[in-house]
Design a binder for this molecule. Structure first.
Ligand code: KIV
Ligand code: ZN
Length: 502
């Protein structure tokens, strides 16, 4: 059975989703999780785009082993040089370069002829190939490019040294039958001289269907993102394409190297870091994907799971939440549960997470896997703390004006503030703003409970904007007002880091 390579572009195209930007530490955390998931290639970013992007790609190339690390580059000398510098220390590395080929792009955006575009594409592939071996070329807007010209470009870049030719449906315009036919024609023309990759956008909701049609017709690599995030309506969703190939192996006769049991954990990590929530009815990773409501379905399931379930929840790592730990659990039990959940933490990180766990166990009787995951990811993605919460008391209700009394540590010094607000969160945020003398604007405030029950850990995610920089702040606590304060302070700390970086 042939293996279709999974090229993950969550850190590049995924990060192009409005509001989904990630800092370098978060990108590293995602890249390490992608390796556990078993992706073949990680597109770590677009190094020439900014010093921050360059730095993130370079750190991933240096620190993440187990997948090919790709850097994106326009078909320009400076881009290719920058991509190479960023990835050069990775044991497995790839330069992914691209140039538009559709008449619409060539005429209105780049103002170059077809001949010039073809020559530049081939020349830049040659340049990239002189730096490293593994080269991918993408004719951007391929699905709106005249096929004979597209085939000429494909031939030229293979001749110049590209080992993968990626066919992007840049604007999500194609249809499964049409795209399948295009891939078949390319396959007939190039045979095994290069791997055919596909990169589909979801503007018409067809990204996964188009990618599957391509695989059926000979594509050997698929570009996708976790939760389908990406530019505009997003990219082909990794979990959907992987589970389609797995569930319908009989039809596609193709498999991937993905360890599907890591799917749900990866999906949750991306949600937590980007703040982009997954719709409840989303295939595979939506909250309702395995929830059976109708009586007839429940009856069938109780008799035999196969009646209404085509994927086992445990195949994507969705184990029934067991009561795992509580107040009396020790360090050893906590550590072994972390290992079972797939975390490899340093001794210091374990110690910090354990202290938080003990604190949580004092407030909440039953601690579930999701609670532990929230604690750990808060610890692992920790941002250097210019600000930290020391103490918070709130008074609110139907007959008092909501008031927050805050103690916050700012660069080691504790500052007290009392503020009133329209509600408790408003009062806390006013107190933080006046204590820190910061001027960011709150773009988004989201709160959700991690597990059921009134003692659930509440998770708050916010977006703050200052001087054109947007960051996500995150906080978890059994008290949602405290979680709200933590989220705001976390966002302020991230703004400090972003300011220093730029
Ligand atoms: O959508 C697109 O065409 C791209 C290319 C850079 C591959 O993202
Ligand atoms: Zn794209």
């Amino acid at each position: 059975m042939r293996v279709v390579k999974i090229f993950d572009t969550t850190l590049r195209d995924g990060e192009q989703s409005p509001g989904a930007s990630m800092n370098t530490d978060e990108k590293l955390q995602v890249a390490k999780q992608l390796v556990k998931l078993g992706v073949d290639i990680i597109e770590a970013g677009f190094p020439i785009a900014s010093p921050g992007d360059f730095d993130a790609v370079q750190r991933i190339a240096n620190e993440v082993k187990g997948a090919t690390i790709a850097g994106l580059a326009r078909a320009k000398e400076a881009d290719i040089e920058s991509a190479f510098q960023a990835i050069k220390d990775a044991p497995l590395r790839r330069i992914h370069t691209f140039h538009s080929t559709s008449d619409i792009h060539l005429k209105y955006q780049f103002r170059v002829s077809r001949e010039e575009a073809l020559k530049r594409s081939a020349d830049m592939v040659k340049l990239a190939r002189s730096l490293t071996e593994d080269i991918e070329f993408s004719p951007m807007d391929a699905t709106r490019t005249e096929t004979p010209y597209l085939l000429d470009v494909v031939e030229a870049v293979i001749e110049a040294g590209a080992s993968t030719v990626n066919i992007p449906d840049t604007v999500g315009y194609t249809t499964p039958a049409e795209f399948g036919d295009l891939i078949r024609q390319i396959k007939e023309r190039i045979g095994d001289r290069a791997v055919i990759s596909v990169h589909c956008h979801n503007d018409l909701g067809l990204a996964v269907a188009n990618s599957l049609a391509a695989i059926y017709n000979g594509a050997g690599q698929v570009e996708c993102t976790i939760n389908g995030i990406g530019e505009r309506a997003g990219n082909c969703s990794m979990e959907e394409i992987v589970m389609s190939l797995r569930t319908r192996r009989d039809f596609y006769n193709a498999m991937t190297n993905i360890n599907t049991k890591e799917i749900i954990r990866t999906s949750r990590l991306i949600t937590r870091i980007t703040g982009m929530q997954v719709q409840p009815n989303k295939a595979i990773v939506g909250a309702n994907a395995f929830a059976h409501e109708s009586g007839i379905h429940q009856d069938g399931l109780l008799k035999e799971k196969m009646t209404y379930e085509i994927i086992k929840p445990e195949d994507i790592g969705l184990n029934k939440t067991e009561l795992v730990l509580g107040k009396h659990s020790g360090r050893h039990a906590f550590k072994s549960r972390l290992t079972e959940l797939g975390y490899e933490l340093s001794a210091d990180e374990i110690e910090l997470a354990f202290n938080k766990f003990k604190h949580l166990a004092d407030q909440k009787k039953n601690i579930f896997d999701e609670d532990i995951e929230a604690l750990v990811s808060e610890e692992v993605s920790k941002t250097p703390e210019t600000y930290s919460l020391v103490d918070l008391s709130i008074s609110c209700g139907t007959s008092v004006k909501p008031t927050a009394a805050l103690k916050i540590r700012i660069n080691g010094e504790v500052v007290d503030k009392v503020e009133h607000g329209d509600g408790p969160v408003d009062a806390v945020y006013k107190a933080i703003v006046s204590a820190t003398s910061t001027q960011s604007s709150l773009l988004k405030f989201e709160v959700k409970s991690i597990t059921g029950g009134t003692d659930a850990l509440g998770e708050v995610a916010i977006s703050l904007k200052e001087d054109g920089r947007t960051v996500r702040g995150y906080g978890a606590d059994t008290d949602i007002i405290v979680a709200s304060a933590k989220a705001y302070i976390n966002a302020l700390n991230k703004l400090v880091v972003r300011k220093k970086q730029s």
